[in-house]
Design a protein around this ligand. Structure first.
Ligand code: KG4
Ligand code: ZN
Length: 362
């Protein structure tokens, strides 16, 4: 081992994640018990159901992670656990589990911000993966998930300046909503991306909210426009307005999925690349579930390459929620001397960063 081995726990939303990560970088085990199938019938997460599922799966996930890494809790140097933001009941399951483990085995514990975890997923290496360059500072991070969408500037480790954030919905939320309207099921992101791949006509233009060229984002207008466009397409196809009465013909659904995805990708890529230019960033890191979207990855990667900016996008399984990313961020906090006490509590609305002071209007 070249550095401390952390046992990381993630339970902020609908995935139970337990990971073993060495030195904030090398994954030894990353077990994710997904609740996607559990929440599919309701088309979204029911908090009480999610908390109970964490309780059901957290011990088996720990056993599997330890077995995969071939270690016991005694070999672990410290614990790391997501303390916010997220669903209170879900967070509490992971926090109390991690506190109990730390107390019983007399190990130090650090609390980690879930959003910081999404950024730090960019530092992770899979078990057999060859060494590669770490993300370079100063960098711009784009976190796009089901609950959050924002751009952050990172001059160095653990230092964040919020550049802009969504003023309404998260990008993932818009994917999920439009996926439902298209009759594609839950979660909408992967389904829309797959449908868009099948589109032959790629000329539908959905509206983009540029937010007066700030780094802020907005997706609620796009969602409303999508509802209208899909409604019109259903009427044209002679279908009832309610999407539960049957989906659009596949070719039409695919075309609309492509148009919607193109609008989201266009805004996210344009704003991320511009933020990187304006802050003289040397690196860009993407994180969060929507960062597993192939069109978004390709578009930002091409833009970064053209500008000579180093690009880091974790593989899709590390973009969606997982324990390893909490181990990556937790290791930095552990190295900085941070320690959580047994009073560590859930912070459902925990912020990651504050905005830059805005210049006074003359
Ligand atoms: O980060 P994450 O796993 O959970 C949160 O912290 O929210 O993100 C989940 C979100 C969902 O909204 C899902 O639809 C979206 O990520 N997502 C995608 C893709 N895969 C997952 N969105 C677009 N394209 C994808 N391929
Ligand atoms: Zn997340």
């Amino acid at each position: 081992m070249s550095g401390p081995l952390l046992l990381a726990v993630e339970s902020s939303c609908d995935e139970t994640g337990i990971a073993l990560v060495e030195d904030g970088r090398r994954i030894h085990a990353d077990v994710v018990a997904s609740q996607v199938a559990l929440h599919a019938p309701t088309g979204g997460i029911v908090p009480e159901v999610a908390a109970r599922a964490h309780l059901r799966w957290i011990v088996p996930a720990l056993d599997e992670a330890l077995a995969t890494a071939g270690v016991t809790v005694r070999d672990v140097d410290a614990g790391a656990v997501t303390c916010g933001p997220g669903l209170a009941g879900s967070l509490l399951v992971g926090i109390n589990f991690a506190k109990a483990l730390a107390w019983a085995h007399d190990k130090p514990l650090v609390g980690v911000n879930h959003l910081e975890g999404h950024v730090y997923a960019g530092w992770l290496l899979d078990p057999g993966e060859e060494e590669r360059e770490e993300p370079v500072f100063p960098l711009v991070g784009l976190v796009v998930s089901g609950g959050h969408t924002f751009l952050v500037e990172m001059p160095d480790h653990l230092t964040y300046r919020l550049l802009g954030t969504t003023v309404d919905d998260a990008a993932g939320e818009a994917f999920d909503k439009v996926g439902r309207l298209l009759g594609l099921g839950y979660p909408g992101g992967p389904a829309i991306s797959a449908a868009a791949e099948r589109a032959t006509a790629r000329d539908r233009v959905f509206p983009r909210a540029w937010m007066r060229d700030t780094c802020d984002l907005s997706f609620s207008g796009l969602k409303t426009a999508a509802r209208r466009i899909i409604g019109e397409a259903r009427a044209d196809a002679g279908l009832p307005a309610d999407e539960r009465e049957g989906p659009l013909p596949d070719a039409v659904g695919a075309e609309l999925a492509w148009g919607f995805q193109d609008a989201v990708v266009d805004v996210l890529a344009t704003k991320t690349l511009r933020a990187a230019e304006e802050t003289n960033a040397r690196g860009i890191v993407l994180g969060g579930g929507v960062a597993s979207n192939e069109a978004l990855r390709a578009r930002i990667s091409a833009g970064a390459a053209a500008r000579g900016i180093a690009m880091t996008i974790p593989r899709p399984g590390l973009c969606t929620d997982n324990g390893a990313m909490i181990g990556a961020a937790g290791a930095r906090r552990y190295a900085a001397g941070e320690r959580a006490g047994l009073d560590l509590d859930a912070r459902p609305t925990m912020p990651l960063a504050r905005p830059l002071a805005r210049p006074a209007v003359p």
